[in-house]
Design a protein around this ligand. Sequence first.
Ligand code: 3H9
Length: 680
Amino acid sequence: MTAINSVTDLSREGDVAVITINNPPVNALGQAVRDGLIAALDKAAQDDGAKAILLICAGRTFIAGADISEFGKKLSGAGFMETQDKFDAMKKPVVAAIHGTALGGGLEVAMCCHYRVAVASAKFGQPEVNLGLIPGAGGTQRLPRLTGVPKALEMVATGKPIGAPDALANGLIDEIVPGDLKEGALAFIQKLLSDGKGARRTRDLQEKVTGDFAPIFTFAKSQNMRGFEAPLDAINAVEMATKLPFDEGITFEQKTFLARMMSAQSGALRYLFFAERKVSKIPDVSDDTATLPIKKVGVIGAGTMGGGIAMNFANAGIPVTIVEMKQNALDRGLGVVKKNYDGSAAKGRFTAEEVDRRMSFLTGSLTFEDLSDCDLIIEAVFERMDVKKDVFAKLDKVAKKDAILASNTSFLNIDEIATATSRPDHVLGLHFFSPANVMKLLEIVRGEKTAKEVVATAMKLAKTISKVGVLVGVAHGFVGNRMLEARANEADKMLMEGAMPWDIDQVLLDFGYPMGGYAMWDLAGLDLGWAKEESHSDTLRDLENEAGRKGQKTGAGYYDYDEKRKATPSPVTEKMLKDLWAKKGVSPRQIPAQEIIERQIYPMINEGAKILEEGKASRASDIDIVWLYGYGFPAWRGGPMYYADAIGLDTVLAGVKKYGLKPSALLEKLVSEKKKFSDL
Ligand code: 3H9
């Protein structure tokens, strides 16, 4: 074996030259890999004993894309274009052997090869749109030539990867190798050679891009892209594959890719990519901190939240015991879980057997004693401190020695809850977001005494159940709900100045949120945290609740709902609000959209700054991840803290003062030092 450079080796197996890329962790197509590939291809071309070339990767995956950390940096050495040209110039057949994920630039390299084989578990994708980009190394031109236009469009516009069987059926790969990848690939090459097949350049394949594709492109362009710019650009580039000669299509792709690279959306989305990976790194809890095994979980409460939480563990194959007070509540809760699974099966997400398999991980019980063998117990009972403390005191008695006790509280003080136990070091908050089986965010609330190994266990567990775990500190509403409350308070103030709930919601929708704040309340239930005895008919929320309008579940709340739960602005709400204005002597004014958005975003940023100032989040980017996965903040804006940096903290501070809010000391400090949240 010859080392071509630090990440590329060249060897010979019989009459096949084997190029191996070894650039952990994901064999990203950085400068060294591009240089190595070109040098290795040159050498293999000159090797008279080699009749064909095999490209394979060491480690856990094939090339998973261009090296994102190189984007925006000035580089010397081989570019992507040069790499493509080198493959296209090869006279000997080049075969890619794929395992793990061939993504982005990785799939583009594979498509530059003349043939592709893969293991059955391999995945293939052009996920560039997730980074605000389009494929930039020939993907938009080569993919449709292999798969045909519809599949290529689906892949570049959604960024979703496909599996090996799908790739084979659509012509993206030539064979699925059943056993060892390298052996299978070498056998494939021998067959190619004996059949007399040589180089087959993807660029020369015209059949699948010839024809009238106008209706397909019109349909693809009409899809709702939720404010994301890249998908439309990607569709346009694929269209060029059907309209222009290959080289001109590549020129179009290059130009579009470079423009996207410079775009604000791509900057925000690339920031989020790294923010999501940083979030699991806890400054004072090292990666090698021991974790506790979580083999069995207990959930208290089989309501919407408890049932949803339990599903996460069942999905991951971890047995769960769900405890309720009464048999009918338990039956109802387990029934809802079964209905949810049946619904997924009906949509074809998994089979009926899989429904049974997942249900088999769930056991109902009416007694806490049945939780004695659980490694983790999560309570999702009524949101009141005395109730929570009572549950924790009881749990402390039945739970085994090292078991972790967690609360799913949305607002309450974990440290106070922990005082009800003899194990405050094994108590923490696990704040799931509704619907708990769907939403990806998990706020992991670290109490004053929570042990590091318990924190590390929870962070690891989040990954096991496919959540994005964000470590937060104890504070009213933690990170997400605390900032949401700041936003909601300002929205309520605007109601009393002349705005209707839907006026404010519309501005949030236009900003890119999937849902407005008042529609969200209607979904969650207006009675959440509202008590009749404390109601003074003083706010719109009081009035709605008093009238029994509790949101979607009662068919009416701030909005009215039809039987399909479609919302329309409610004349009842309008009258209630107008009466309230009259009662309070409000002279309503029309609030401009710009003012509404400033008053919906600045209070959140100001609260986020306070959270950082108090050390309740490890970094500004963690807050952005909370808002991305918990509340649908438009990803292409990067999250509230990134957005603040982008528009300028001085602008935010001026707005905070203008609207009469108390500025965070950290925000003031950063402005005076001309710094950003990203400098912290
Ligand atoms: C592109 O290719 C453009 C082209 O068209 C060419 C244009 C000219 N670069 O996610 P993990 C790091 S755009 C640099 O935790 P997993 C990651 O930061 C690219 N680094 O593992 C992390 O580092 P750390 C298209 C990367 O097993 C470590 O690898 N490709 C890259 O859960 C492990 O990552 C994509 O968008 C990268 N491309 O998931 C694929 N990828 O340990 C993006 C990963 O220091 N990547 N890292 O925190 C992924 O989707 C997942 O990482 C993958 C593995 C599925 C590969």
